[in-house]
Structures are given as structure tokens and as C-alpha cells.
Design a protein around this ligand. Structure first.
Ligand code: ADE
Length: 231
């Protein structure tokens, strides 16, 4: 997979890609990252990327030209899946992380201004928001997407089953986990986990996932039950 990131702050993005699992995925050639500063594609001598809004109003608006030319500089851009990060996009979920992890080339466009020239939307395949709150720019959103997608690529997580047990993977939250010590401040690890009885452990974990999802995320629980019924 190739991931191209268009940003005005490459120095924010770069260290993130050079640590932990994301770095390991690159070192294993599972993913190739390309960071593009779209200021380099500004068409004017002051290298500006924004301008005042037509019709008046406060703030600056990101221009289409530097984004357009930066996209044109990317090899294979026509076949790539281009995503604009914005609070106005569709809300991001694990389902979408799974979908994006099957795409060969993702292009993520991060804005850093009060708004975009609306025509930028015509250059992309979809617009994604990572939640109903406003960030100062799209970089953190892009990093959330890169992180959640790259960990799903084959062989990136050490244990192949690691993400099968993730919260949300099959629509339920994760089960409770414990490690040593067995008792801490009178809080004991559930007996069943010490039993060595795999079937009982498996049953207990599913029960806990259902219970936890019902309590904490009734919306997800209802969807899980409905999906089960319709299968
Ligand atoms: N840019 C600013 N806020 C954002 C959000 N919530 N999601 C994606 N991109 C953004």
C-alpha cells in the first residue's frame, strides 16, 4: 500500500510515521509513505495557499490551485483513492478502516484553515471526519486514519489474530483483560481465566463483550443484534 499525505506541516506528520508499528510496517515494505507540502505548489511568489473569501466574511480560505497541482505531482494519482479530511465529512468508523486497508494507494489531504474553496471537493473521492469536533487542521485526523489502516495490513501486527479481537472488529467492544498480579488491592482476576479451560474462557469473553457493549454502547449492541437476526 502507498499513502500520500498532503499537508502544510510535514514536520508534524513525519515523526509519527517513523515510530512503532507504522515504522515497522514501512521497514517491512508493507507500506510506503509520501509526504507532500502543498505550499511547494503555490502558484505565487509569496507561496501563499489561501486567500480571502468571496462574498466577504472572517478568516481565510484554502485555494484549490496548490492542492490541484500537488495532486498532479503524485504518480498514479488518477487511480488513487483521494480523501479530504474535514469536520463536514462522513464520520470515521472501524468499518471504513477495514475498507481503506484494501486500497492500493490512499491520498489524504489535510487543510489548516477556516475553510476550503468548495471546488476542492471535486478533486476527491470522499470526505472523512474523525468525529464531531473541530481540529485546527486535518493532520491529526490523517494520522488517526493512517494508524487505524496500517495496523490492519497483513503481517503488520506481530500476532496475526491481534486485530480479530479488537473492539469494533465484529461490531462489539473488547472483553476485559488481565495480567499479573492475580490479586491487587483485593481486586482479583476472574477465576475462569485461571482455569485453563479454553471453551469456558471463550464463552466468558463473548458474554463479557455482549454485556459491556450493551451497557456502554447500546447503539452498537442493537446493530449487532439486528445484523445477527438478518444473517
Ligand atoms: N479537520 C478539522 N476537524 C476535523 C475533523 N473532526 N475530522 C477530520 N478533519 C478535520
Amino acid at each position: 500500500m502507498k499513502i500520500s499525505i498532503l499537508t502544510l506541516f510535514p514536520e508534524m506528520v513525519e515523526p509519527f510515521l517513523n515510530h512503532s508499528i507504522l515504522k515497522r510496517a514501512k521497514d517491512q515494505n508493507q507500506v510506503d509513505y509520501q509526504i507532500i507540502n502543498f505550499r511547494d505548489f503555490s502558484q505565487n511568489k509569496h507561496q501563499t495557499v489561501d486567500d480571502t473569501p468571496y462574498g466577504g466574511g472572517a478568516g481565510m480560505v484554502l485555494s484549490i490551485e496548490p492542492i490541484y497541482h500537488a495532486l498532479q505531482s503524485i504518480q498514479g494519482v488518477d487511480e488513487a483513492h483521494k480523501i479530504l479530511l474535514s469536520p463536514q465529512g462522513n464520520t470515521y468508523h472501524q468499518e471504513q478502516a477495514k475498507r481503506l486497508s484494501n486500497i492500493d494507494h490512499l491520498v489524504l489531504i489535510c487543510g489548516h484553515y477556516e475553510g476550503f474553496d468548495d471546488r476542492i471537493r471535486s478533486l476527491v473521492d470522499e470526505e472523512i471526519s474523525i468525529g464531531d469536533y473541530v481540529l485546527t487542521g486535518g493532520e491529526i485526523a490523517a494520522m488517526a486514519i493512517v494508524d487505524s489502516v496500517v495496523r490492519l495490513l497483513p503481517n503488520v501486527l506481530g500476532d496475526q489474530d491481534s486485530f480479530i479481537n479488537d473492539s469494533f472488529y465484529d461490531g462489539l467492544l473488547d472483553y476485559p483483560q488481565y495480567t499479573k498480579p492475580r490479586i491487587f488491592n483485593q481486586m482479583a482476576v476472574p477465576e475462569v481465566l485461571l482455569s485453563g479451560h479454553h471453551k469456558n474462557i471463550e464463552d466468558w469473553r463473548l458474554e463479557e463483550r455482549l454485556k459491556r457493549t450493551k451497557e456502554r454502547r447500546p447503539d452498537l449492541y442493537q446493530k449487532y443484534i439486528n445484523d445477527k437476526k438478518n444473517k
